[in-house]
Design a protein. Structure first.
Length: 539
């Protein structure tokens, strides 16, 4: 308990400082009252995670905190974004009941979805009326869900099948369906953006502390829960790879990729640039201390998408190139710069075996997919040809989310998974121009979420989608891009209808025809004007 309290003090101090900074940096976007309420909810959840020794009691307390906070919030999905990374992403199987053992695996983010998102899903609330926008993404999502339901009961018991699909239901249905149907007006999208960026800025600070102290502080909370959850320390080039509450460096880097793209949109929309720029820098530092190459590339790609979708893309790309050049020079001038360059994929020489493992994984894994091309295989991890991929820990690490979907659900499942992601991204891209016609700031926030989705989709090729909240983040990014596209389409339709009503037919003439214009109405008499202007008055 002493180690847990010591770790809590470190996390508490860093997070308080981050929220004080957020009040200054994002004060023009979110009121002080809302920011203070978010701070209190975030810190209360953090304290509960470190001080409550029973995991199941903590889940009840965390669910109650989230439900009460959502009840007071106008934009309820913002609470989900705020608390998604607030506590350790550790899970445990429910002991079971009525003779059923190990019924379901639960983690805090599952409880968060139950407390915040599912009431919105079943109660309706502020969801948008249906439009044709996003129908292809919705169709792929429904088909993928039906396929997941069918394959959950393949070659297994009824109890295990229920457990598998229940896990998918908690993971996907709330984030995608709620975020794709919510009313994402400019104000709501702005609040959601700040609610996602602020805790990630705080966790970037925690990550820096972890690397400097060589100490994973959130692991102490997991140890205090006394659950069977495996955590480990990973280093690269002598530096501890930070992962904060996410408990995995690549996973943490993926989430910071999302936050980095969103922070760039906040910077673009802000009038006072200094503090939002510092938020971007903080998230950049957080990305660095994960020492994860995939998220670095994903973050750069997200920045490229934002620059390429600006009103003047050439100017945006030139600015991005200039900012990248200055950042690279600044890093090279530090003692850490050459080490970071040596970690870059295909350029550096640090741990090249991880790149060769990924290449070998794809070759062997895809060859196995071709043996069961349509719907995949249940026992792919035990296949003889896959045993060459077993690592020193005795496991096969499927560090490619797309390959994992193909192995488990075949090419049909992969096509539907990519279909949801691709059509969601296309919906978001199409919404940017329409949002710009309504309000330029509206388009900036849409750009941020679309760029976050693109960055995450690229990073998914370097990690598994079963770690921590990766699946939840993927589905909510798809959902919010579809939801934003729907909201923009409806806002444009409303503006068009309003314009037609304002420019209606002229009122009918009064009986007897129009009154004759008076001398005052027709302008001054020519005689009253200077000689050189009289000819114009006569006309």
């Amino acid at each position: 308990m002493f180690e847990s309290v010591k770790a809590l003090i470190v996390v508490f101090v860093v997070c308080v400082g981050a929220f004080v900074f957020a009040r200054i940096a994002f004060g023009e976007f979110v009121s002080v009252k809302i920011m203070d309420r978010w701070r209190n909810v975030f810190l209360l959840s953090t304290v509960a995670a470190f001080l409550i020794p029973n995991f199941w009691v903590f889940l009840l307390v965390f669910g109650a905190i989230a439900a009460l906070a959502a009840g007071r919030e106008d934009v309820k999905p913002a609470i989900y974004l705020l608390l998604l990374f607030a506590v350790p992403a550790a899970g445990e199987r429910v002991p079971g009941f009525a003779g059923i053992r190990n019924f379901l695996n639960l983690a805090p983010y599952n409880i968060l979805a139950i407390a915040v998102l599912f009431p919105l899903l079943f109660a309706g609330g502020k969801t948008r009326e249906k439009t044709r926008t996003g129908m292809l993404a919705d169709s792929c999502f429904i088909a993928f869900s039906v396929l997941s339901l069918a394959l959950a009961f393949r070659d297994t018991t009824m109890t295990d099948g229920v457990r598998r699909f229940s896990t998918y239901f908690l993971t996907a249905f709330g984030p995608y369906l709620v975020f794709s149907r919510y009313c994402w007006s400019k104000e709501n999208l702005k609040i959601a953006t700040i609610a996602c960026v602020t805790p990630l800025v705080a966790l970037s600070g925690v990550g820096l502390v972890e690397t400097l102290l060589s100490w994973h502080v959130y692991v102490n909370a997991v140890d205090n829960w006394n659950i069977s959850f495996f955590t480990r320390y990973l280093a690269r080039s002598g530096f501890l790879r930070a992962y904060a509450s996410v408990l995995g460096p690549i996973t943490f880097g993926l989430f910071l990729t999302v936050g980095f793209a969103l922070s760039l949109s906040v910077l673009a929309a802000s009038k006072r640039k200094l503090f939002p720029l510092m938020a971007v820098a903080a998230l950049g530092v957080g990305l660095i201390v994960t020492f994860s190459r995939g998220p670095w590339i994903g973050a750069a790609f997200g920045a490229f998408v934002i620059a390429a979708t600006m009103d003047r893309p050439l100017t945006g790309l030139m600015r991005l190139a200039g900012a990248g050049f200055v950042t690279t020079i600044a890093l090279l001038m530090t003692p850490m710069g050459p080490k970071l360059i040596s970690m870059l994929p295909f350029i550096g020489d640090v741990e090249p075996n991880t790149i060769s493992y990924r290449q070998n994984l794809f070759e062997v894994g895809w060859a196995y997919v071709m043996k069961y091309p349509f719907f995949g295989s249940e026992g792919y991890l035990n296949a003889p040809e896959m045993q060459s991929l077993v690592q020193g820990q005795g496991i096969i690490d499927i560090v490619n989310s797309y390959l994992q979907v193909a192995l488990d659900k075949g090419i049909v499942g992969l096509a539907l998974f990519v279909g949801v992601s691709g059509f969601s991204a296309l919906n978001g891209l199409g919404a940017i121009k329409r949002a710009r016609a309504i309000d330029p700031d509206y388009a900036i926030y849409v750009q941020g979420w679309v760029a976050a989705l693109f960055g995450a989709l690229l990073t998914l090729a370097t990690t598994t989608n079963v770690n921590a909240q990766i699946a939840e983040v993927h589905w909510l990014l798809c959902g919010i891009c579809v939801g934003a596209a729907r909201s923009v389409a409806l806002a444009g339709r409303a503006n068009a209808a309003r314009g037609e009503s304002d420019s209606g037919d002229d009122p009918p003439e009064p009986p007897g025809g129009r009154p004759a214009k008076t001398r005052a109405a027709s302008g001054p008499s020519p005689a009253s004007l200077p000689p050189h202007l009289r000819q114009y008055a006569r006309r």
